[in-house]
Design a protein around this ligand. Structure first.
Ligand SMILES: C[S@@+](CC[C@H](N)C(=O)[O-])C[C@H]1O[C@@H](n2cnc3c(N)ncnc32)[C@H](O)[C@@H]1O
Length: 237
């Protein structure tokens, strides 16, 4: 049956920041703005507090490792290290990004104790594992449909305790609401790529189907969070 909903299917085009020839100054401004976009909409602090820090606190004396896939400027990794230190938890974060410019940007902002920043495709994540936790924020939507099960399967095999993928719900409401941010996202790819990202985002059954096929060992859950977010979670008993 024909659907009139322009968001019924994932959009297949690329984001501007994924072009290796894109303007570096605009890319760095985009990574600068991710700090604020993440704080405003991605809910990463409550997600990591709930699914990672709380789990670590069950055995507070242990040393933990978390892989942050598609880590961009590493603002999330830095926050996690600070939040863990405040709780006297011991975690190392390996931040993996395939874009050498994002890796250079993140390294230039400093590498606190416990943070390692590596350039690699997330499909090579097993080079950096095993890790108790594997996390990614706003990264799965960069992948084409056919790579999703492989990426999720690898997250499942690399994580010994839990893996968490936080991403965007594909909806006309999110797309319209995102336009409110346009005055704050100038001189960067953030606004155009934000719109493209929402069109490349997911509906819950799509992520769930990929996860159930790829990660049969894990207890899998998907949650919707405001504003316009999906959190896919796999936990190993
Ligand atoms: C939208 S940004 C998100 C960055 C960061 N996670 C955040 O929330 O601020 C997506 C990042 O994923 C990286 N990326 C895209 N595809 C990737 C892949 N196949 N492997 C590793 N990194 C990838 C990009 O280079 C970019 O830095």
């Amino acid at each position: 049956m024909h659907s009139d909903d322009p968001f019924a299917k994932r959009w297949v085009g690329a984001e501007l920041m994924d072009d290796p020839a894109c303007d570096e100054r605009m890319l760095f401004r985009t990574l600068d703005q991710f700090v604020y976009i993440n704080r405003l909409v991605s809910r990463y602090r409550s997600i990591l507090a709930r699914y990672v820090l709380r789990d670590m606190a069950r055995e507070p004396g242990r040393a933990y490792r978390l892989l942050d896939l598609g880590s961009g400027g590493c603002d999330i990794a830095r926050w996690l290290l600070r939040a863990a230190a405040r709780r006297r938890l011991n975690v190392d974060v390996i931040a993996v990004d395939s874009d050498p410019r994002a890796v250079a940007y993140a390294r230039a902002r400093g590498t606190p104790a416990g943070l390692k920043i590596e350039q690699a495709d997330l499909l090579e994540m097993d080079r950096f594992g095993p890790a108790e936790y594997v996390f990614c924020n706003h990264v799965l939507h960069h992948l084409p449909d056919e790579l999703l099960p492989r990426a999720i399967g690898l997250m499942d095999r690399t994580a010994t305790r839990a893996w968490i993928a936080s991403d965007l719900l594909r909806s006309s409401w999110s797309y319209a609401a995102f336009h409110l941010l346009s005055p704050f996202l100038r001189d960067s790819f953030s606004f155009e790529d934000g719109k493209r990202s929402i069109r490349r985002g997911f509906r819950p059954p799509e992520l769930l189907a990929a996860a159930l096929a790829a990660a049969p060992r894990a207890a899998i859950r998907i949650e919707r969070l405001a504003p316009g977010r999906l959190v896919l979670l796999g936990v190993h008993p």
